[in-house]
Design a protein around this ligand. Sequence first.
Ligand code: CMC
Length: 428
Amino acid sequence: MPNTATLEINGQKHEFPLVKGTENEVAIDIKTLRAATGGITTIDPGYKNTGACESAITFLDGEKGILRYRGYAIEDLAQKADFLEVAFLLIFGELPNQEQLEEFHSDIKAQSLVDDDVRKIIDAFPKSAHPMGVLSSLTSALTAFNPSSVNVNSEEDMYHAIVKILAKFPVLVAWTLRKKQGLPLDYGDNSLGYVENILKMMFKKPNEEYVQSQVMVDALDKLLILHADHEQNCSTSTVRIVGSSHAGLFASISAGISALWGPLHGGANQAVLEMLEAIKEDGGDTKKYMAKAKDKEDPFRLMGFGHRVYKNLDPRATIIKVSADKVLNDLGVEDPILEVAKGLEQEALNDDYFVSRKLYPNVDFYSGIIYRAMDIPTDMFTVMFALGRLPGWIAQWREMRLNNEPIGRPRQLYIGETHREFKNIKKR
Ligand code: CMC
């Protein structure tokens, strides 16, 4: 294979190097394009063909349905690791040994208090506020309570910022839920595992003892692992681009939360459940909704279907589907919308519109059914996604800062008015 690509413009040839990744993916390095061509740029809305960075964190092959964190298959991690191990792996590049894991957890626990004044901010939100808006604001507010900026040349500073956000974020998540439910805010229990503590912080009632359910712990652990990173998706790219201006880690993550909120991205898990509920209420007529999804005049999309990169089964969806059956069974929950979901999936997998466009169920299609069985309210689903994605955002931010990447600043092709003479207001 050649190691350069040639671009010919008006008879003039320009050569650009081809670069190869460790999985033999090839990219054309166009860093010198504008300088070589006198300012010609590329246009690629949605960055469908543009690699924004080199990254050593997550590998995804959308054609083969492969997902690996730092080289480890998602199937292995979901089955054999716990969320904190995966967080360490994503952020620092290697699976921790027992001692490293314990030290990491103990450093996180040491930072798990959130300034009590943050309660005043939560109190100012109406109960009707969407939890994602609350979470994004609270994460940004953390910057005000922890104002010292991170010196990225200091491993110690970097580590300190990372354990701080891993410690305080679950508290904010739990407080967001508790505020909605009118429950007193709680600081958790440092004697528990990371995921056990999250569940207790979310669900403990003030007047009764909280009893851990291993089914819930395992289910949440798995869901968090499956959501932990997904290379340069919309929210991760947001975190990297905000961080590239040297805004701090908490501010960058707050921006990532806002990006995740949208229904085309993490917000799809809430949208899926609302869609399944609507279909059930409508008599379970899946055919009607399939027709709507295929109708180009109708803005309705089959939520939880399709993916920018996967043109095959999303491996996370495959794991979650099996898990949904097991969790509902173990928790003794019968949810008719699981059947609606399965029916819809079967129809889509046999429908030419979906098959020809390679639209398969994605991670969000079945996750909401599990969250619902765990008694997590629908508008908290995307918050749970954010909780899982946190280590990925941190890892990607850290990589971007350590690589000293330039500020993210795309170009454009201007198609507006050319120069116009200013008209006095009386003459307009
Ligand atoms: N229902 C109906 N048609 C669809 C769907 C869908 N869910 N997804 C894509 N299409 C059609 C689309 O209309 C287009 O058709 P045509 O070629 O005739 O114009 C074709 O498939 C390609 O779609 P696209 O919008 O160009 O693809 P994209 O890569 O820009 O968008 C997507 C990817 C995930 C935003 C999109 O598939 C979608 O909106 N899906 C529903 C929302 C969803 O489930 N999002 C979660 C994604 S996975 C988790 C995450 O990222 O957080």
